[in-house]
Ligand binder design. Structure first.
Ligand code: NAD
Length: 408
């Protein structure tokens, strides 16, 4: 690879990525087991790109500091240069990061999402045979969650019970708006806006169109929280009508005018109350494809779905905005295993495959998924899967990555 030819990725006016043959892609190694899973991931991604494009393409990796490593070397958990570089390079990948306690930083991940306006957390959930799963037919699970990332209860607008601010808010609500809140009450605000809902749902519908998927389900709790979650569903239907009228049909129309049969080329827009959807993804998983939902519901459903296909160690994810995207392991730093070369790097490797798809390098992305599946089918797995798969051989994190690379 001629590294002197490496260039930054750029975004054209219409939001299209301009990807050079050798893009410079920043990575944040991550804390804890980041030290184990990042090198494993890099090995697999480099080999996949090299074999898919006969050495004509490659990635020049550029390390950025954040988390504990950032704090040790710069005194900042999330250095300004790191944020600026993430913005400038358009596409990046990161390992898990410790949430600093007692620093005023709620979470580094939430801070990155909010500061870069990465408004969609995208979590594909697909079963990889023969990963152990608690489901009878895990092969029926093939969903992608689009979770709104910038508002809802995660916006961080909250005040501790007994604080002056909580007292002021309670005073205002009780005096002016007729509520009867007790004095010592903690307060959290749940903002859900039309503009942020519509851009999230539009991205989910656009994805369903590009991937030729059958439906987008708006998951909400609007029966109780009418003006936040209920509005999310209403605005979701509205944006489908405003921007994708020729490509979508509501579930209501489907039954009213098409006897339940989906017309060719149309994506069904439906909505489900959150608690009911939790039941239905267990009982009738084949009926759901893309799920679009506010932040907190999205947090719960994406981890629950990940468990249905084998746990967080296997689940990839990305945070995507109009200007940049950061791909990430969905699990935490698992400090007890840090540096032991033991844990499963699949989450970060599969996030890397998502990143290759995002670059338009689909051949390399597909090769990573196939090689990872072959490795597991051959019974070569890390400890977490070895203890559940009869006859499997337990290998180290680095050996698992080498086995995948060897199948590319
Ligand atoms: P965790 O995900 O680190 O660990 C939960 C369990 O899963 C543990 O038993 C762990 O050993 C296991 N596990 C995690 N990753 C694994 C892998 N790749 N292979 C095999 N087993 C794996 O969650 P936690 O213990 O709640 O959090 C630890 C730290 O990570 C905290 O500081 C937390 O804030 C942070 N965290 C970061 C992220 C992120 O960066 N995206 C996400 C969650 C938690």
């Amino acid at each position: 690879m001629k590294t002197q030819n490496a260039k930054k990725i750029s975004v054209s006016g219409k939001g299209r990525l301009d990807v050079p043959d050798i893009p410079i892609i920043p990575f944040i190694e991550g804390d804890g087991i980041g030290i184990d899973i990042w090198p494993a991931t890099q090995l697999v991604l480099d080999k996949a790109v090299q074999s898919a494009f006969d050495g004509q393409r490659g990635i020049l990796w550029h390390e950025l500091l954040a988390g504990e490593k950032g704090y040790q070397q710069t005194g900042q958990w999330l250095p300004d240069e790191t944020l600026e570089s993430l913005r400038e390079h358009v596409v990046a990948i990161k390992g898990p990061m410790t949430t600093p306690v007692g620093t005023g930083i709620r979470s580094l991940n939430v801070a990155i999402r909010q500061k870069l306006d990465l408004y969609a957390c995208v979590r594909p959930v697909r079963y990889i045979d023969p990963v152990p799963s608690p489901m009878k037919n895990p092969g029926k699970i093939n969903m992608v969650v689009f979770r709104e990332n910038t508002e809802d209860l995660y916006a961080g607008i909250e005040w501790q019970a007994g604080s002056q601010e909580a007292g002021q808010v309670i005073g205002f609500l009780n005096d002016k708006l007729g509520t009867q809140l007790c004095e010592n009450t903690g307060i959290g605000i749940k903002p859900i806006s039309e503009v942020n809902t519509k851009r999230l749902v539009a991205r989910a519908i656009q994805y369903a169109i590009e991937q030729n998927l059958p439906s987008v389900t708006l998951m909400h709790k609007g029966n109780i929280m009418k003006y936040t979650e209920g509005a999310f569903a209403r605005w979701g239907y509205e944006v489908a009508k405003e921007r994708f009228a020729d490509k979508t049909i509501t579930e209501q129309d489907l039954y009213d005018t098409h006897a339940g049969g989906r017309p060719a080329g149309k994506i069904v827009i439906k909505d489900r109350i959150a608690d009911m959807l939790f039941q239905q993804v267990l009982l009738r998983p084949g009926e759901f494809s893309v799920i679009a939902t506010p932040n907190l519901n999205g947090d719960y459903i994406s981890d629950a779905l990940a468990a249905q296909v084998g746990g967080l160690g296997m689940a990839p994810g990305a945070n995507i905005g109009d200007q940049c995207a950061v791909f990430e392991a969905t699990h935490g730093t698992a400090p007890k295993y840090a540096g032991l070369d033991k844990v499963n790097p699949s989450s970060l490797i599969l996030s890397g495959a998502m990143m290759l798809d995002h670059l338009g390098w689909h051949k390399a992305a597909a090769a990573v998924r196939t090689a990872l599946q072959k490795t597991i089918r051959d019974g070569i797995v890390t400890y977490d899967l070895a203890r559940q798969l009869e006859g499997a051989k337990e290998v180290k994190c680095s050996e698992f990555a080498s086995a995948i690379a060897g199948r590319l």
